[in-house]
Ligand binder design. Structure first.
Ligand SMILES: [Zn+2]
Length: 445
């Protein structure tokens, strides 16, 4: 009995020693917005290696050899998760299949990480070779934010998404049987979700037929893969919910949602990703928005984009485009619908469609999407929770990251101003810590 007890004591002392061998870093005095939706609090945050190992009162044993980082007067929030992006499609001011290289994908992942985005889901513009890069990213052998992928999306023969924009590997089944066969082929690559386009681009293209998207969703579910839909119209949203869709990758923007649809989406757990910024970007540059001259924006732009959005030719084209007025209406309808769905209990995650074209700037868009969610009526705390914990949940990584809780990855942004007072202040980045390592200081912003 006695020797058994002694053995236990020795064992626990060893475990303790081992734990304290690696020194910790203590971030002292910041206001912590932890991504759980809880009120922000002034708290110490303790990390060891890539993990958060303590919050609040610090265990005395941990103080040995600890590095103290004074972050008093600053604000900390988790790195964000963007569940609607495109990687390697854009370079400069154009999108093209030829841009899809490992280097271009990695360059964009690095930009996302520099701007405080730790994981991105690319929705349907990836090519077959991208699965290997996705795997490399997840193992940590590709730099930047972690890459999640829908692989090749599902579109319509001769329709959405337009081949000339670089979507030449998109699967375009014309019958339910072809759709099922395509799903079976694609799931062999282990896509994180599937992506379908259900839209006619203001009447320009044929829309995916309900029997085709129903077959895709059903076959995907047989293989335990979720389906995200590009959606625009209320009628399509209703049909997609009835067919079992898992994720709306855009706002419903042609009409206000009704109580019946809100209730159905909440009951079925459909996740809503509003991508509000894209509707605003479609017309925003014509009124010289304040951000246009901020380094935080200009440093994120691909070469030539800033010159493009300031050029009289571009502005003239936007002003003369008959669709621009529709985009303005779509934007305000989208703001309304986000608030209605959020209040109705629908889970919302943050997405931006960044990288789908030149005016949807990767890195900047995520911060701007927070501004738009607040414009829709969410509180800054709610918007941050949507952009952190909820995105991690959607990707199935919330046990590991997405909030600043003990045991999770030490992936967070240190801010110089309080985003709960002014949501634009998520742009005032002091430092980004990704998996415990400082990645970027304010120098570049
Ligand atoms: Zn997209």
């Amino acid at each position: 009995m006695r020797s058994a007890l002694l053995g236990l004591i020795v064992l626990s002392a060893c475990a303790h020693n081992h734990k304290t061998n690696t020194p910790v870093t203590i971030f002292r005095g910041a206001v912590i917005i932890d991504g759980t939706g809880a009120d922000a609090v002034v708290d110490d945050l303790v990390i060891r290696g890539d993990r958060i190992v303590g919050r609040g009162e610090v265990d005395k044993a941990m103080l040995d050899g600890a590095t103290i980082v004074d972050v008093s007067g600053k604000f900390m929030m988790p790195m964000m998760v963007d569940v609607h992006t495109h990687l390697g499609l854009l370079a400069g001011t154009t999108t093209a299949a030829a841009h899809y290289t490992r280097d271009n994908v990695e360059r964009q992942l690095v930009r996302f990480r520099d701007y405080g985005v730790q994981a991105v889901l690319a929705l349907g513009s990836d090519r077959v070779e991208g699965f290997a890069w996705r795997d490399a990213s997840r193992e940590g052998s590709l730099a930047g934010a972690r890459f999640y992928s829908a692989g090749l999306g599902f579109g319509v023969p001769g329709g959405m998404p337009p081949i000339e924009m670089g979507f030449d590997q998109v699967l375009r089944p014309s019958t339910p049987d072809e759709a099922r066969a395509d799903v079976r082929k694609l799931v062999g690559y282990r896509p994180d979700v599937l992506k379908i386009w259900v839209d006619d681009f203001w009447g320009k293209y044929a829309k995916m037929r309900p029997e085709v998207f129903t077959a895709i969703i059903d076959e995907a579910h047989r293989h335990h893969v979720r389906v995200a839909a590009h959606v625009y119209h209320l009628d399509d949203a209703r049909a997609l919910v009835a067919a079992g869709i898992d994720i709306f990758a855009h706002s419903i923007r042609d009409a206000k949602v009704d109580a019946e649809l809100v209730a159905a989406m909440a009951a079925r757990g459909v996740v809503y990703v509003p991508t509000l910024s894209i509707d605003e970007f479609a017309f925003a540059y014509t009124s010289s928005p304040a951000w246009l001259n901020e380094l935080f924006f200009t440093n994120a732009c691909e070469p030539g984009v800033l010159e493009m959005v300031k050029s009289p030719e571009y502005l003239e084209r936007v002003r003369n485009n008959p669709v621009t007025a529709t985009e303005r209406d779509a934007y305000s309808t989208a703001l309304h619908n986000l608030k209605a769905l959020y209040d109705g209990g629908v889970t919302v995650a943050m997405g931006t469609d960044a990288g789908a074209n030149a005016i949807r700037v990767q890195g900047f868009s995520e911060h701007h999407e927070l501004v738009n969610m607040v414009a829709a009526g969410l509180s800054p705390l709610e918007a941050i929770t949507v952009a952190t914990r909820n995105g991690a949940k959607l990707l199935g990584i919330d046990n590991d990251t997405g909030t600043l809780e003990v045991g999770k990855q030490a992936s967070f942004i240190v801010l110089r101003a309080n985003p709960l007072v002014q949501i634009e202040d998520t742009r005032r980045i002091d430092a980004v810590y990704y998996r415990g390592r400082i990645d970027r200081t304010s120098a570049r912003y």
